[in-house]
Design a protein around this ligand. Structure first.
Ligand code: ATP
Length: 289
């Protein structure tokens, strides 16, 4: 079942630096053809999720840094929202944590340990990613949710589905969890797919979470349901949100404003509004849209 998936992601991954806007995190999580483990790489310990960027410089192409000398500390268990104009580097910052790319200089540590000293597998097994572009395969709903943890029992799958607000949908289907989805089965809406991704992540139960929020509009009810599940998912996990919605920004423990000049402001929503700087103007644009 998983072989063809590995193949597709391996093919995609051959061109990671050439494809602008290439953000298929989940494909990248499964692939082997990317950054290489050091010979002396160690298994990551159980991570508490305190993350630190120390003078990090990184570019997709030589001599064209997207991030220059970035310093950032993210305390364990907190929710940090990244905001800023398109192309500023929000996704890039979060893609460096699972080591989809290795940085050019500086260091990134988790629990004080340099992530380049950890095996990719042990690092990534402790990071969950929820994004707009959800990977589903032809199979039942149950199988698709189980993808988050292949050892999960039916009870655990059903519990995760409840936490992800999928229960009403599943109960409305004559075959429930055994409903086929995919090309020849049930077609799911964007919001339903995202809730499957959330259920998978509850099953995976990682200490670190990356949420790449959907930019496309969802209806208000779906949006509220997803926000509620995401907030539950974020409890006791270090959560990085690439934020597009005011709702998450308000709930974040800290907002980090990223522009072409790097990290220009950090603080809570109220602090940044009071400061009346870059965040305040971004925010007023969004409110007036
Ligand atoms: P958005 O809000 O649109 O998602 P962002 O702040 O997340 O934007 P990034 O996606 O991190 O921005 O992009 C930062 C810069 O890096 C952009 O100039 C972008 O074109 C470039 N970039 C991103 N991914 C790649 C890639 N795989 N290969 C080459 N350049 C890339």
């Amino acid at each position: 079942l998983f072989k063809p998936i590995e193949k597709i992601s391996a093919i995609l991954e051959l061109y990671p630096r050439g494809m602008a806007g290439f953000k298929r995190f989940t494909d990248m999580m499964d692939t082997e053809v990317d950054v290489v483990d050091r010979d002396d790489a160690k298994e990551a310990p159980v991570l508490d999720g305190s993350i630190s960027f120390n003078d990090v410089t990184f570019g997709y192409e030589e001599n064209r840094p997207v991030l220059s000398n970035v310093n950032l500390t993210i305390p364990a268990g907190k929710t940090i929202a990244f905001v800023g104009p398109s192309g500023a580097g929000k996704t890039t910052i979060s893609s460096l944590i699972p080591r989809f790319y290795d940085i050019d200089s500086g260091s990134i540590t988790i629990n004080g340990m340099n992530i380049q000293e950890m095996t990719k597998k042990s690092l990534r097994s402790q990071i969950g990613i929820v994004q707009q572009d959800v990977f589903l395969f032809s199979g039942t709903l149950r199988e698709n949710i189980r993808y988050g943890n292949l050892n999960a029992s039916d009870e655990e799958i059903e519990h995760a589905a409840r936490l992800a607000n999928l229960e009403a949908l599943i109960e409305s289907l004559p075959q429930g969890y055994d409903t086929q989805i995919g090309q020849r089965g049930l077609k799911l809406s964007g919001g339903q797919k995202q809730r499957i991704a959330i259920a998978r992540t509850f099953l995976k139960n990682p200490p670190i979470l990356i949420l790449d929020e959907a930019t496309s509009a969802l209806d208000t009810e779906t949006e509220a349901m997803i926000q509620q599940s995401l907030q539950e998912l974020a409890v006791n996990r270090t959560t990085l949100v690439i934020a597009h919605r005011l709702a998450t920004i308000r709930h974040a423990d800290r907002i980090v404003v990223v522009t072409k000049d790097g990290i220009v402001e950090q603080g809570t929503y109220d602090e940044l509004i009071a400061k009346n700087g870059a965040f305040a103007s971004l925010n007023s644009i969004q409110i007036n849209q």
